[in-house]
Design a protein around this ligand. Structure first.
Ligand SMILES: CC(C)(COP(=O)(O)OP(=O)(O)OC[C@H]1O[C@@H](n2cnc3c(N)ncnc32)[C@H](O)[C@@H]1OP(=O)(O)O)[C@@H](O)C(=O)NCCC(=O)NCCS
Length: 177
């Protein structure tokens, strides 16, 4: 993610969340937070411009990667793209030295929990009334250790997901970057 992406990120953020992060917050993350790492997923739909359809972020603190956000545009869900982003971020974090991945997820967000569980994340705790908007609890989910067996599984899933994405009929004449 670069500063040029922030407008498109904000368009999705506002669509998905009642209390979105601010553009200022994203710009600050990109320019002032050395621990923060953000990736975007774009599609090319010639002759139109490249379009941003998802993003993921994590903070790398010592050997712990804390996934701060992962979002796919509602029109593009259910094709394996959220999984692709999660895989990509985990692989980058491991390459940077992460030994643990952790995150918070709303208790009611079963879709996201299933995605994380698919990758071996387990619930290790909870933060009662963590979210300000509706005082919902957060579940803390962790994948640890990010050892060689996890890395091998990630590589294998990456290959099979890439092959699957070649076959999937994505919305419009698109190719995923
Ligand atoms: C969570 C999110 C990123 C998933 O993205 P996606 O591209 O739709 O998910 P994928 O197609 O990659 O699905 C990967 C896995 O997630 C789970 N999943 C995805 N959609 C699901 C659904 N509708 N019902 C149940 N499980 C679902 C499944 O485990 C799925 O694996 P499978 O295909 O083998 O069944 C997306 O729903 C989103 O942007 N949600 C809003 C933002 C959000 O809640 N982010 C997480 C904050 S913690």
């Amino acid at each position: 993610m670069t500063l040029d992406d922030v407008d498109q990120v904000m368009a999705i953020e506002s669509l998905v969340y009642t209390q979105p992060w601010s553009a200022r917050g994203y710009r600050h993350e990109l320019t002032h937070n050395d621990l923060a790492h953000y990736q975007v997923l774009t599609v090319s739909q010639p002759p139109g411009p490249e379009r941003l359809i998802g993003y993921i972020g994590y903070w790398l603190v010592l050997d712990e990667s804390h996934i701060s956000t992962v979002v796919i545009h509602p029109e593009w869900r259910g094709h394996g793209l959220g999984e692709l982003l999660l895989l990509s971020a985990l692989q980058e974090a491991i390459a940077q030295g992460a030994a643990v991945a952790t995150l918070e997820v709303r208790r009611s967000n079963l879709v996201a929990q299933l995605l994380y569980q698919k990758y071996g994340f387990e619930v290790v705790g909870e933060r009662p009334r963590y979210y300000h908007d509706n005082h919902e609890d957060a579940l803390i989910m962790t994948l640890s250790p990010l050892d060689e067996s996890v890395q091998a599984a990630l590589r294998q899933n990456w290959e099979s997901l890439r092959s699957r994405l070649q076959l999937v009929r994505l919305p419009g004449p698109a190719s995923v970057e």
